[in-house]
Design a protein around this ligand. Structure first.
Ligand SMILES: [Zn+2]
Length: 324
């Protein structure tokens, strides 16, 4: 059986597409950046100089999931390109490759995966012909081995033909703590974290523009889903808040933001309340089902997909917290 956590990132709702669009408009106006560049099939926005993002749609797994739900994109240096996350299918990865080709003829040197979840990694195969180096957290390769069968089955079941060609491509370079890569007159700082959203979380910081790609360490609009360690995630949020020079953050899901600290504070508020409410429920002798219904209820109206994701979060953390 596929663990519920395996599909957490793949859930959202169609009704929020307009909110996302509004978010992009605000960002575009506030940053006074270049106009949209379009590939044949994929919309791409330059959110900072040489930093391009495709924002996945908000779409529920049960409502036509097609693998294009997370933020993916690329950064261009003078020598070549780094891709950051590749989407939920080979098809989407191929569209991203075409979008890159429409912007630059420079080679793709690196493909970076921010973590294990399927909506971020299954376009990797579209970059095999580039002979790019694949980079991930030091635990990513093992996580791919453990989840490969379940993720392949899930992809085939949900995407059917649209999943054709999708395969697991493991990192050829792994990051234990941090690593710098050079795109030519442009360095990216990659940082690996202890277990938080998952046990494979990696951020990418572009020093030139102060752009931080957070992967799913940051959710905006959609309920943060836990597939790692809630206490570790809270600690990581505090670390992220200390990072100097972040001008714009690109979350794993939701719009890019110049209000990085506020976005982290929102996420922290939900996770901290969830942690405290589940602890209180356990202390009172409440059941997990009761905790699922009530924990973090004050946050219900602030997040998309709250009911389903929050239940899964309680399901994951309750048994752990019982042993505190
Ligand atoms: Zn994720």
């Amino acid at each position: 059986m596929i663990p519920a956590s395996a599909v957490d990132c793949s859930r959202s709702v169609l009704t929020t597409a307009c909110r996302s669009t509004a978010g992009w408009v605000i960002i575009s106006l506030s940053l006074m950046l270049a106009p949209l560049a379009f590939a044949e099939n994929l919309s791409i926005k330059e959110v900072a100089s040489g930093v391009y993002v495709h924002q996945g749609v908000h779409e529920d797994l049960d409502d036509g999931y097609h693998g294009d739900i997370s933020n993916i994109g690329f950064i261009i240096g003078s020598k070549g390109v780094a891709v950051i996350d590749t989407g939920g299918s080979y098809q989407l990865g191929s569209e991203l490759r075409q979008a890159i080709a429409a912007v630059t003829k420079l080679p793709v040197l690196y493909v970076i995966n921010t973590h294990i979840h399927p909506d971020h990694i299954f376009g990797n195969a579209a970059f095999l012909n580039d002979k790019a180096a694949f980079i991930g957290h030091s635990k990513l390769g093992n996580a791919m081995t453990l989840r490969q069968e379940a993720y392949m089955r899930q992809g085939n079941n949900l995407l059917k033909q649209a999943f054709a060609g999708s395969e697991i491509v493991k990192p050829s370079i792994t990051v234990d703590t941090s690593q710098v890569i050079d795109l030519g007159n442009r360095t990216l700082v990659l940082t690996a974290y202890p277990s938080a959203h998952t046990n494979t979380d990696l951020t990418v910081f572009d020093e030139q523009t102060g752009t931080l790609w957070t992967g799913d360490l940051l959710f905006i609009d959609r309920t943060p889903s836990i597939d790692g360690d809630i206490k570790g995630w809270l600690a990581t949020i505090n670390k992220l808040k200390q990072l100097p020079g972040v001008n714009i953050a690109i979350p794993g899901h939701g719009p890019a933001t110049t209000s990085f600290i506020t976005a982290l504070d929102n996420e922290y508020r939900y996770l901290d309340l969830l942690l405290n409410d589940v602890r209180a429920s356990i202390k009172k002798g409440g059941t997990m089902e009761q905790a699922m219904q009530s924990a973090a209820g004050q946050e219900r109206d602030k997040w998309l997909l709250f009911n389903s994701v929050n239940r899964r979060n309680v399901n994951l953390i309750y048994p752990v917290l019982e042993w505190e």
